[in-house]
Design a binder for this molecule. Sequence first.
Ligand code: IMP
Length: 431
Amino acid sequence: MNKSIVVLGTQWGDEGKGKIVDLLSRDADAVARFQGGHNAGHTLVIDGVKTVLHLIPAGILQPGVECLIGNGVVLSLKALRKEIEALEEKGVAVRSRIQISPACAIIMPYHELLDRAREEAMGDRAIGTTGRGIGPAYEDKIARRGLRTSDLLNPATLGDKVAQILEFHNFVLKQRYGVDPLDLEAVLAEALELGEYFRGQVTDVSGRLYQLREQGKRIMFEGAQGSLLDIDHGTYPYVTSSNTTVGGVCTGTGVGPDAIDYVLGITKAYVTRVGGGPFPTELFDEDGARLARRGDEFGATTGRPRRCGWLDAVALRRMVKLNGVTGFCVTKLDVLDGFDEIKICTAYRLNGQTLDAPPLDASSWADLEPVYESFPGWKDSSRGATSLAQLPPNARSYLETMENLCGAPVHIVSTGPDRNENIINQYPFDI
Ligand code: IMP
């Protein structure tokens, strides 16, 4: 029986992780976030009611599930408070169930200003970030000058720390980007107030995870973004600033690899991407527009339209290996209903050569040409199917092809946005 499972995206994010984490958290005792911040947007639909979560683990909507925010998360306490208040207004108990690591890197107001100013200054070369200050906050962490949750709980020393760091960032904001500098008193007052608000929520999250593991409890590690946005293994520099792949679980919560029993790779039946950067199978034709329309492909955090394309089996099989994916959860299969022909990219062409793995130098990604295999589509609806037998035969063959090309079995298929619209071949906690 698997006790600890990781749920992560295998593409460029927006694979539909939120729904699956919510589904699996029915059987979890705790759900932990390990990277990213409020750049994430997990949309959950329960009994037709939509909830978008950015920072709080999706397990919050299951009564009794403990929610943990690990040290690898970059934390905007302001955004977290807003999210908590919105959920508590809907009657969801949050503060009694959420715990935050004292070692999270804190996102401060200057990080957001810098993120936006830099993007604007980059013009055509902009990353297309969510503008939430994610990159600048991780930079401060790595540069060893950032604030951690624990700093906000210590009024005696916080003033000096904020003064020092603000001096540095105000200089850059004003001199490099012509942005008005921030006022020390105001930044400090807000930080102190937020620290007080969260004082009761700050705990040794790693220690709590060891305890849960020793007690034989079930833990789910909830990834944000997707593997191809990983700072090391993604399409750099068009990536986010964290390790979105499985290694991030260990560094971002403080557990060893023995705490991972199973990895569920959430994979959309086609591919989407928001923001800039290479995307070999991107479609600019009616097929792409149809995927966007049928899949309602707009970002949950920024509302930006997502770019759409065919499934990329080359990138996907790499991400299966990289993450040690135990099983796939294929989402949005129903969006492919009604296509006459469906394509899967099975190799790339680059400078006259055929590649069966993604290039390791980031710049080559932009020049890749996809080599496609075509498959017949299906006319019948797969929407809401709860068993493989209910799927059109060509939809079943599509899933088998995915398994064969990418090297992992399909354990779950999501056939609609609602919590109950799934085919479960293997339930990750039951194996
Ligand atoms: P950042 O994470 O805001 O720095 O943005 C860096 C890149 O990651 C941009 O291309 C964003 O569009 C992308 N990104 C960040 N968060 C998400 C997400 O939750 N889903 C999809 N893309 C994301």
